[in-house]
Design a protein around this ligand. Sequence first.
Ligand code: ATP
Ligand code: PRP
Ligand code: MG
Length: 286
Amino acid sequence: MSTPRLLRIAVPNKGALAEPAAAMLRAAGYRQRWDLKDLTLIDSDHEVEFYYLRPRDIAVYIGRGDLDLGITGRDMLLDSAADATEIMQLGFAGSRFRFAAPVGTTLTLPDLEGLRIATSYPGLLDGYLREQGISAELVKLDGAVESAIRLGVADVVADVVDTGTTLKRAGLELFGDPICTSEAVLIQRNGSDLPPQADALRTRLTSVLVAQNYLMMDYNVEAGNLAATTDLAPGVEGPTVSTLAKDGWCAVRVLVPRKGVHLLMDRLYEAGARGILLTELAACRL
Ligand SMILES: Nc1ncnc2c1ncn2[C@@H]1O[C@H](COP(=O)(O)OP(=O)(O)OP(=O)(O)O)[C@@H](O)[C@H]1O
Ligand SMILES: O=P(O)(O)OC[C@H]1O[C@H](OP(=O)(O)OP(=O)(O)O)[C@H](O)[C@@H]1O
Ligand SMILES: [Mg+2]
């Protein structure tokens, strides 16, 4: 029987994506580099080879078919116009791509006509301006775009915004609708055939997301109140209900979303649940 070829995965080597991407792969059970100077790493147990590349270049390699799968930002994928598509959302490096101008300028979208717009994402911006029928001059910069207006090279910027701190420090404010809402995504070349290890990777990454977003809950409840509590927390495939060594009481175990879990515990308590315990999931396969 022939051994399958290595699955080749592009992983960001620096910037906002690098650390959480490596952490997610580690949490999924894959080996990751410890030495930041390593350019590649083979995880022979899983027949996977990781390539550590500039986040901006990852969509290009995937679109050309040089590598099988890559982790990048949706904004970077769209900016590259690569022949690739996102196949999974990874839940980190969330950001919005937005227009900003000096505080008090009160611009609207049509005012962009004829203005100079600084950006590190000219492909993404150009596509949006075309869609909106606006003709503007794009000033392409590598980074620190927020300083472009003060330095006189642009009237407006279009850049990645997370907390908004960088914009605020530069004396800028947002205007217009978000051009793109982004997060880290797993990408694949359109129509490419992947070795079987790709399915295992996707299952493992999904499991990491579940383990991050869910908690295991245990509680005790009198049989008469069981339905009221399980209605509040129905779980993924239904709660596990066992008999408690106390007359007329049940023990319940159920997966619950991390988000809003304190409110859920209050409601369960009101509905009769007692001894409510939460446990982190170290790993799972659902
Ligand atoms: N402060 C941030 N918070 C959350 N996500 C961010 C933040 N800054 C950038 N990102 C996201 O991380 C991804 C990579 O951006 P990053 O700024 O790390 O790369 P870069 O430095 O522009 O890349 P390169 O060095 O290759 O040009 C993008 O998808 C972007 O939306
Ligand atoms: O809204 P905030 O939380 O302030 O984050 C947004 C900032 O983070 C990124 O910058 P990065 O550190 O990647 O530097 P760069 O501009 O050189 O890419 C982005 O380009 C913004 O400048
Ligand atoms: Mg950046």
